[in-house]
Design a protein around this ligand. Structure first.
Ligand code: GRF
Length: 220
């Protein structure tokens, strides 16, 4: 039985799972618990991170399904059985269809490595450099049918430096992802955060279109 006083989350991953690790670390003192980790990729290193922390894992390989809808349906049924309060996408590299997203409406978060609405999709760091940006960053948002387009909850900006390569910039952003994601999940866990239509609501107030701006702190 899920403990009622915690927010139970399921984390979906496809790869390294460093954001998962940040959530695991935070969950030891936060108001949320990770009930399960699900990956579409058997090789995802994040699965090992979960197992090391005694978190149940499941692999649902999208390649075993003929259609995207079939994959989504099994994923949905698997999550329904776990019955979490929140689904947290952490580097989950599959686009979820409208049936899935609407079934869990208002209960799915995603983290995206850009200052949305700039640079949805992939290769965000390269594109920010190509675009001559002086600022880049990370966004946490509710997931809706619009790809990387759901209501924004929070952002953290990072500076772009002259000598940056996509990898250097990605690492700077990723460090901040590890700060911002546990924070926003904890807001949801505390009942402070919800989605209403096209807006994210925090403490009863609709957030501005680019969400809460969390201050950048240089990491030594
Ligand atoms: C992160 O940059 C996240 O923003 C993006 O995918 C990457 C996942 O990294 N959605 P990790 O697997 O959490 O290390």
């Amino acid at each position: 039985m899920n403990h009622p006083s915690y927010c139970h989350i399921v984390v979906l991953i496809s790869g390294s799972g460093s954001n998962l690790q940040a959530l695991i670390d935070a969950s030891t003192t936060a108001n949320f618990k990770i009930s399960a980790v699900i990956s579409n990729n058997q090789e995802a290193y994040g699965l090992q991170r979960a197992e090391k922390n005694n978190i149940p894992v499941q692999v649902i390989d999208h390649r075993s399904f003929e259609t995207r809808e079939d994959f989504d349906l099994i994923l949905r049924k698997t999550i329904d059985e776990i019955n979490p309060n929140l689904i947290v996408l952490a580097g989950f590299m599959r686009i979820l269809g409208s049936n899935f997203v609407n079934h869990f409406s208002g209960r799915i978060l995603n983290i995206h490595p850009s200052l949305l609405p700039k640079y949805p999709g992939i290769n965000t760091h390269q594109r920010a450099l190509d675009g001559g940006e002086q600022e880049h960053g990370v966004t946490v948002h509710f997931v809706t049918e619009a790809l990387d387009g759901g209501p924004i909850i929070a952002q953290m900006k990072v500076p772009v430096l002259e000598e940056d390569t996509p990898d250097i910039l990605a690492a700077r952003v990723l460090n901040r992802e590890h700060i911002i994601y546990p924070k926003t999940v904890a807001w949801f866990g505390a009942g402070r955060l919800r989605m209403e239509g096209t807006r994210a609501i925090l403490d009863g107030e609709p957030l501005p279109p680019t969400g809460v701006q969390i201050k950048y702190e240089p990491i030594p």
